[in-house]
Design a protein around this ligand. Structure first.
Ligand SMILES: Nc1nc2c(c(=O)[nH]1)N[C@H]1C(S)=C(S)[C@@H](COP(=O)(O)O)O[C@H]1N2
Ligand SMILES: [Mo]
Length: 383
C-alpha cells in the first residue's frame, strides 16, 4: 500500500475557510468545557481556600450541564475539523535544518493538542455514559489533561492567528489560502458542509441535553438516566450496588452526630420527630444529568446544635457503605451552616426510597451530586 501524498487530497472542502469556521466553535466549546470543568473540580476539593458558594442552589446544575453539553457538541466539530486538515499529515517535510526544526515543533504541538482533545472527549463521554474502562482516577486525569488541552489550544490559536483572521474575514468560498493541491470542487459546497456540521452538533446537543433540561427529555435518546428511578429522580448507585440494604433497613439503625467527645445517637423516628424543613434542591450529577426535587428532613444545623457544635466547622459525612470512593464526603462549614442543607427523610413528600438514601441522605444547595451522600450513618464535626 502506498502512503498518500498531500497532492492526493484535491477537494476544496479541505480549506482554511472551513477549518477556521469550525475551529472557532470548537474553541468556544473547549473554552466553556475548561472553565466549567475548573468549577466542577474546585467544588470537589475538600480544603477550599475560598469557600465554594452555596448560592445559587442551581449553580452547579448549570455549570455541569454546560460542561457535558459543550463536550458533546465538540465531538462532531472535532471530527470535521480533523477531516479538513489531515492531508497535512502527509505533507513533505521542508528542506533546510531551520525550517525542519520549526515544522517539527509545530507538528509536535499539534500532536499534543489532538491527542489531548481526543482523550478529553473520549473519557468525558465514557464517564457521562457511566462506563469506566480504565484504571486511573477519572477526575484527576481529566483535570490534568484539560490543562494540557487548553494550553496546546492557546499555542495553536496564537500560531494560526494570521490564517484564522484572513479566513474568517473573507468569504467562505475564498480560495486564496487553500493548499495548492486543493483544486477540485468537493462532494458538496462549503456552505453545505458547514450546515451539515452545525446540524450534527445540534443533534448531539439535543440528544444529551435532556438529561438536564426537562423539556428536552423526550428527544434525548442518548441522555443517560433521565428520570428513571423512584419519585422520577434518577439513581446513580443503588443500595444493592453499594451493599447497604441490610444496614439501611435494620431496626438497629442509628445516626451518630459526633463533636469532640460528645456523641448524639438518633433513630429514624427521632429524626422524624425533630422540626422538619422542606427545600427545593436539585441533584446534579457530575456525569451531566440533573433533576430538580423537593426534599423534607432535618436541618443539618439543628443536628450539629444537638451535639453542641458551634458554627464554622467542617463536617465529615459518613455513609453505611463500607467501601467505594463516595462512602464519605467532606462538607465545608459554609454548607454545613446553610439553612437549606438537610439530612433528608423524604423526597417529593414520600419517605425516601432506599435507592435515594433511606433512612436519610445529605442534600445541600449548589453541591455536586457525587457529594450528596446517601445512607448517612455518622456526622463527624471536624476540629
Ligand atoms: N453513599 C453514597 N452516596 C452517594 C453515592 C454513592 O455512591 N454512595 N453516589 C452519589 C452520586 S454520584 C450521585 S449523582 C447522587 C445521586 O443521588 P440519587 O441516586 O438519589 O439521585 O448520590 C450520591 N450519593
Ligand atoms: Mo453522580
Amino acid at each position: 500500500m502506498r502512503v498518500p501524498a498531500d497532492s492526493d487530497f484535491t477537494s476544496r472542502l479541505r480549506s482554511a475557510a472551513v477549518t477556521a469556521r469550525v475551529g472557532l466553535w470548537l474553541g468556544i466549546c473547549f473554552g466553556v468545557a475548561f472553565v466549567t470543568g475548573l468549577v466542577s473540580h474546585y467544588a470537589q476539593v475538600p480544603d477550599q481556600p475560598v469557600p465554594f458558594p452555596t448560592s445559587p442552589s442551581w449553580g452547579y446544575r448549570v455549570t455541569q450541564g454546560l460542561h457535558v453539553t459543550a463536550g458533546t457538541a465538540a465531538v462532531p466539530l472535532l471530527l470535521v475539523k480533523l477531516w479538513t486538515v489531515y492531508p497535512r499529515l502527509f505533507a513533505r517535510p521542508p528542506r533546510g535544518a531551520r525550517r525542519l526544526v520549526v515544522t517539527a515543533a509545530e507538528r509536535a504541538s499539534i500532536a499534543v493538542l489532538v491527542a489531548a482533545a481526543v482523550f478529553q472527549l473520549a473519557t468525558g463521554l465514557a464517564n457521562a455514559a457511566q462506563w469506566y474502562p480504565w484504571a486511573f482516577s477519572f477526575r484527576s486525569t481529566h483535570y490534568a489533561v484539560g490543562w494540557i488541552a487548553i494550553g496546546a489550544l492557546v499555542v495553536h490559536v496564537a500560531v494560526k492567528l494570521p490564517v484564522i483572521r484572513r479566513a474568517l474575514g473573507a468569504d467562505v468560498d475564498d480560495t486564496s489560502q487553500d493548499r495548492p493541491a486543493a483544486t477540485e470542487a468537493g462532494v458538496m459546497s462549503r456552505r453545505g458542509l458547514l450546515r451539515a456540521t452545525w446540524l450534527a452538533t445540534g443533534v448531539a446537543v439535543l440528544a444529551t441535553a435532556g438529561s438536564t433540561v426537562p423539556f428536552l427529555r423526550r428527544v434525548s435518546v442518548l441522555g443517560v438516566r433521565s428520570g428513571d428511578g423512584p419519585e422520577g429522580v434518577p439513581v446513580n448507585r443503588s443500595a444493592r450496588a453499594a451493599g447497604v440494604t441490610a444496614a439501611a433497613t435494620s431496626p438497629a439503625y442509628r445516626l451518630s452526630v459526633v463533636y469532640a467527645d460528645r456523641v448524639v445517637s438518633l433513630s429514624r423516628d427521632d429524626l422524624a420527630a425533630m422540626p422538619q424543613s422542606t427545600q427545593s434542591l436539585p441533584i446534579a450529577c457530575v456525569e451531566g444529568w440533573s433533576a430538580g426535587a423537593t426534599w423534607t428532613g432535618v436541618r443539618l444545623r439543628d443536628l450539629l446544635d444537638l451535639a453542641g457544635a458551634p458554627a464554622g466547622h467542617d463536617v465529615l459525612v459518613v455513609s453505611l457503605q463500607e467501601s467505594g470512593a463516595f462512602r464519605q464526603t467532606h462538607l465545608q462549614s459554609n454548607f454545613a451552616d446553610d439553612q437549606r442543607t438537610l439530612l433528608a427523610l423524604q423526597l417529593h413528600g414520600q419517605p425516601l426510597a432506599i435507592d435515594h438514601g433511606y433512612p436519610c441522605r445529605l442534600i445541600a444547595p449548589d453541591r455536586p451530586g457525587v457529594l450528596q451522600t446517601k445512607w448517612v450513618h455518622r456526622l463527624e464535626v471536624q476540629a
